[in-house]
Write a protein that binds this ligand. Structure first.
Ligand SMILES: [Zn+2]
Length: 318
């Protein structure tokens, strides 16, 4: 079961950012990762809605789109569709109805994994968007923990709810939303932690690692002269002498590839692949708007290898 946990969490995170958290049944069946969806359904993070999809592939001939409709056999309601090649085809709900991800389930898992469960229950504070998970102390500071999805399109509501449920500066929101996008909006002073960076899917829910270091780090940035990539994930910035340098999505990915190599050399080819750009890309073009960042953190050789300078490689647990 191990290898499907990571893709399952990725897929769940992606779905939580879709309007209505929904996915067409065909997308499940032709995804090539049916097991991933089944696992999420077993965990109740994904369920079937009663809404019929508009057009699905005929499961018998896989040739054309057919239109599901309800039929009644006595008291039993079934689903069928007419296929030009196969005639009337019976469809299971799994094949005919929209699937839907359940963000409240993720909130419950987080509440449990963070050890908040016995004393704090989960409260939905912005419908379908934000959940208050509970309160916890980190380094003697009380923090209010939240889970949120689709935050970028609901910033006003989220900001209001955070003000209402947390003391100023004490909110920490774990999210599936794009942090870079949030950095550019009205919530840019809030603390967001990407779900994928701190959570791992296990047999019956989530395990949380490293949240403390995110929360800690964020608290102590003010008025330091730190130079590091520590806030890269949470704030999409590099710190140079205490100043925050915003990272474009491309430069973020570039640095991430290097950091994942733990300071080892990474060839241009691999970087191009991660960035989805041609292998013969010009480094100068990428560096142009981020010269300070690259000059501070990255070195390269003439053979097309890049690496993060040893001082800035993350130390596990450090
Ligand atoms: Zn057919």
């Amino acid at each position: 079961m191990g290898p499907i946990n990571a893709p399952a969490l990725t897929e769940l995170s992606r779905l939580l950012e879709q309007p209505g958290h929904q996915i067409f049944p065909d997308a499940v069946w032709v995804s090539g990762q049916v097991e991933v969806f089944k696992k999420l359904r077993d965990l109740e993070a994904l369920s079937l809605t009663s809404e019929l999809s508009t057009g699905v592939l005929c499961p018998d001939c896989m040739n054309g789109a057919i239109q599901p409709e309800h039929t009644a056999h006595g008291t039993r309601i079934g689903i069928r569709a007419y296929c030009g090649e196969c005639g009337w085809v019976q469809l299971s709900r799994e094949r005919a109805c929209l699937w839907q991800a359940n963000p409240a389930k993720v909130a419950e898992w987080l509440n449990l994994a963070l050890g908040l469960k016995p004393r704090h229950s989960v409260t939905e504070v912005v419908k379908g968007v934000l959940w208050h998970l509970g309160e916890r102390e980190y380094k003697r500071h009380r923090h209010s923990l939240f889970f949120g999805c689709q935050i970028a399109v609901n910033q006003a509501y989220v900001g209001k709810a955070l003000n209402q449920y947390a003391a100023p500066g004490a909110d920490v929101t774990i999210t599936t939303s794009d942090i870079a996008e949030l950095q550019q909006g009205t919530l840019n002073s809030r603390v967001f932690v990407p779900l994928g960076a701190v959570a791992q899917l296990r047999k019956a829910g989530l395990v949380i690692e490293n949240l403390e270091s995110y929360v800690d780090g964020l608290a102590s940035v003010v008025a330091s002269n730190e130079t590091s990539l520590r806030l890269m994930e949470t704030k999409r910035v590099a710190l140079i002498d205490g100043n925050e340098f915003p990272l474009s999505p491309q430069v973020f990915k570039f640095l991430k590839v290097l950091l994942e190599a733990d300071g080892d050399e990474v060839h241009k080819r691999q970087i191009a692949k991660a960035l989805d750009i041609p292998e013969n890309f010009r480094f100068a073009d990428i560096k142009k708007r981020h010269a300070d960042v690259f000059n501070t953190f990255v070195d390269l050789d003439k053979k097309g290898n890049f690496w993060v300078l040893p001082d800035y490689v993350f130390v596990e647990g450090g």
